[in-house]
Design a protein around this ligand. Structure first.
Ligand code: ADP
Ligand code: ZN
Ligand code: ZN
Length: 733
């Protein structure tokens, strides 16, 4: 017999292997893992098909080394979703499907829970059986008695137990250890769901919930709600209904590490286990969570992008919070979009899906307008909270100090003086984005990228934010030898410096990737913020995500113009989203907020619409421009990218690829090819990059043409000196 295997390789094909004769009842099915020889290695792959025949001559076929699963390890719905995604994103099947499996399963480990060794008191054991002077033994036994179902030694230690004494208790016949293998925990599925009651809802919130409750089967919703309007409360109540029906909920969020508050709210509300899939989990913990979700004992699963592939025994609801967020798109390898896959998955599982955002992606809004998604609106902040007041601060001809205008400094004083907090947003980390020679104007560039080196002060060095190259700060200009090198432009470190000078008595908390590289650093800073004392937060877009800062009453965007004139046609959309997301952190509860945007373009129509109206009006205007220019969401894009060690190679490769596909295949109607052009930053990390943009009126046309391109690219011998990748529905052009 022959099995067709998907192997994690970059090749767009499956591989046939011989299957040793097995009794019929043990015959492996599609979705089971096997270990096979591949070149001089062994790989773990998934069986796609069991077949009688192969195009490869029988004597060339190698046998499977080992069958790893007696039953399919991936459930049929996810297996099909994975295959669909591989085809949709035109990604090699084996590599795409490996995303369905936690790392340990990719390595061929068994799909089983960790066997935990637990301890418990034996029946009838009491502390009276220990001498009254054996304090520590008594304490330990008391702890054991508090955990009749058993507790691990680690957990005992965490509760202050002297675990070395466990042995003593065991010798005295008072305690015993046993092996515990969790299977179907929490059999009781519907009772006692809540730790705390749901908040009473009225008006728009009540209407939205009613619509969600009424949904049965696949129903996509766009929950558009301004920040603080109570979207999370809607999720919580929708999930409660799901749980009450004995089902599971999957919640995708942009970044868990940065939004412990959201996770905290889920855990505070529900009594059932809430499992978080985040980057700090060990491979073992990840597999356990995956298994809990698969057997149904994980009732709520919250995770980032890759959590979209979590199996669920009893799916009831999928939620994508902050659906506009770019982190849902994987930007290398298998370039899937978790939000888009959430829709496909919900449709296949036949469950409702809620996409929530204060600033929905134009693609999503387009789907809502065309009636594919039900649009639910929350236009007011929940409770007594007031919407923040926006103001454009014209900084033309204003002297700036480290990016701060006099007027802004005055406002900061004012807010701190009234006992509240201030948040400043600047999307550039480091001290200054470049170092320039005062004598000849030469800027220090990265040798591997078409980019300036960013100056960092703490510790002092130059850093390329594109390839990660780091160098000491040069003493003299490499061009003219002058020693007068000075920082040009403002990064968060420099703003922090200036703020410290102006406000020596106020804590300045800088939040960016550098200042939070140690995990506890962010927590420490957040503790200061949540103490409620006056302080100034200054940071990058890490500040825009998820946090609620109830005592912040002034939000200032130091450079509102940064994205206004971007070459990317999404630049304006991203700028609007960022501004509103940052603004949304301010003034919740009873502190009305003020949002100040420093700008040189106070008349810019986008800024005017954003502050004078709302995101939906901005989106409407932007949508008209997209329509006129036949850009997404009114067209479908894909980009073929190439990179090579010499300038011109990638461009030439893409040129020839385009030509040869045209000679081989009739180009479908409505397909337009733009380029190849050098990429926006041509040289990066020592490689020269180029790209070819394919735009099509319909998806089938786009996919037909991409198929033709891939066939040519795989056959092209030049492909070896040019590394090429394909990005379907790219989010940055
Ligand atoms: P969003 O997710 O849209 O930013 P949240 O759900 O976090 O909004 O709600 C913002 C604040 O309003 C939270 O403090 C929340 O507890 C409160 N809130 C939400 N809904 C209600 C409600 N129905 N009644 C009272 N307070 C509410
Ligand atoms: Zn110089
Ligand atoms: Zn670089």
């Amino acid at each position: 017999m022959i099995v067709r295997i998907a192997l994690p390789t970059p090749l767009h094909r499956l591989f046939d292997y011989l299957l040793p004769l097995t009794p019929v009842e043990q015959e492996p099915q599609p979705g089971c893992r096997v270990r096979v020889p591949f070149g001089n290695r062994e790989l773990v792959g998934l069986i796609m098909e069991v077949s009688e025949s192969s195009d490869v001559p029988r004597n060339k076929l190698k046998p499977v080394h080992e069958i790893l699963d007696s039953e399919p390890v991936v459930d049929p719905t996810l297996f099909k979703l994975g295959q669909w995604a591989a085809r949709y994103y035109q990604h090699p099947m084996g590599d795409a499907l490996s995303h369905l499996l936690p790392v340990l399963l990719r390595q061929g480990k068994p799909a089983e829970f960790a066997h935990a060794e637990l301890w418990r008191a034996v029946d009838g054991a009491t502390v009276d059986k220990l001498s009254s002077s054996a304090h520590r033994q008594r304490e330990l036994l008391e702890l054991l008695l508090e955990h009749p179902a058993g507790i691990s030694a680690d957990a005992l230690r965490a509760e202050g137990g002297q675990t070395p004494l466990l042995k003593t208790l065991a010798e005295k016949g008072l305690a015993e250890s046993f092996e515990h293998r969790p299977t179907q925990l929490h059999a009781d599925l519907t009772e006692d769901l809540l730790n705390e009651p749901a908040l009473p809802v009225h008006g728009e919130q009540a209407d939205a919930l009613e619509a969600i409750y009424a949904a049965s089967g696949f129903t996509p919703f766009l929950l558009y709600g301004v920040t603080g309007s109570g979207k999370t409360e809607i999720y919580l109540q929708a999930i409660e209904k799901t749980l009450a029906a004995g089902k599971q909920a999957l919640v995708l969020v942009p970044e868990i590490g940065l939004t412990p508050q959201t996770l905290g709210r889920f855990r505070a509300r529900f009594r059932v286990p809430v499992h978080a899939l985040h980057s700090n989990l060990s491979d073992r913990e990840r597999l356990d969570t995956w298994l809990h979700a698969r057997v149904g004992s994980a009732r709520i699963i919250i995770g980032t992008r890759s959590a979209i592939f979590t199996p669920m025994k009893n799916p009831g609801l999928i939620i994508v919070d902050e659906e506009h967020d770019g982190s849902f798109k994987q930007q290398d390898g298998f370039r899937y979009h978790a939000r888009d896959l959430a829709l496909v998955r919900a449709s296949r599982e036949d469950v409702p899906v809620i996409l929530g955002s204060a600033t929905p992606a134009l693609e999503t809004l387009h789907n809502a307008h065309s009636g594919r998604y039900q649009l639910l609106k929350l236009t007011q902040r929940a409770g007594n909270a007031k919407a923040p007041r926006f103001e454009l601060l014209d900084i033309r001809q204003q002297p700036l100090e480290a990016g701060l205008s006099d007027e802004l400094i005055r406002r900061i004083h004012q807010h701190l003086g009234s006992g509240t907090q201030v948040m400043l947003f600047l999307n550039r980390r480091g001290f200054s984005p470049s170092l320039i020679c005062n004598n000849c104007g030469t800027v220090v560039d990265c040798t591997r990228c078409d980019a300036h080196m960013t100056l960092h002060r703490n510790p002092p060095h130059l850093h390329c934010h594109h390839c990660d190259r780091q160098t000491p700060i040069p003493r003299a200009c490499s061009h003219c030898g002058s020693t007068e090198l000075k920082p040009l432009g403002i990064g968060t470190e420099r703003a922090e410096d200036a703020l410290q000078k102006h406000f020596p008595d106020v804590p300045i908390l800088r939040v960016d990737r550098d200042s939070t590289s140690r995990k506890s650093a962010l927590e420490t800073m957040m503790a200061v913020v949540h103490s409620g004392e006056p302080c100034i937060l200054v940071g990058t877009q890490m500040l825009a995500k998820g946090h609620h800062f109830p005592k912040v009453t002034l939000v200032a965007i130091l450079d509102a113009d940064a994205g206004l004139f971007s070459a990317d046609f999404r630049g304006m959309e991203k700028t609007a989203q960022l501004i509103l997301q940052v603004a949304g952190r301010a003034g919740r509860a009873d502190h009305p907020g003020e949002v100040v945007l420093q700008t040189l373009h106070a008349e810019h129509p986008m800024l005017q619409t954003l502050i004078g109206s709302d995101y939906l009006h901005f989106a409407q205007q932007e949508m008209k421009l997209r329509y006129a220019a036949a850009l997404p969401p009114f067209a479908h894009h894909a980009i073929v990218r190439g990179e090579a060690s010499r300038q011109g190679w990638a461009e030439q490769f893409l040129q020839e690829l385009d030509q040869s596909a045209r000679t081989q295949v009739q180009m479908p109607e409505g397909v337009q090819v733009i380029g190849p052009f050098p990429s926006p930053m041509e040289k990066r990390g020592g490689l020269f990059r180029a790209q070819l943009l394919i735009s099509a009126k319909t998806r089938p046309a786009l996919h037909a043409w991409l198929g033709a391109l891939i066939r040519q690219a795989e056959a092209d011998p030049q492909g070896r000196r040019v590394r090429w990748t394909l990005d379907v529905d790219p989010i940055d052009n």
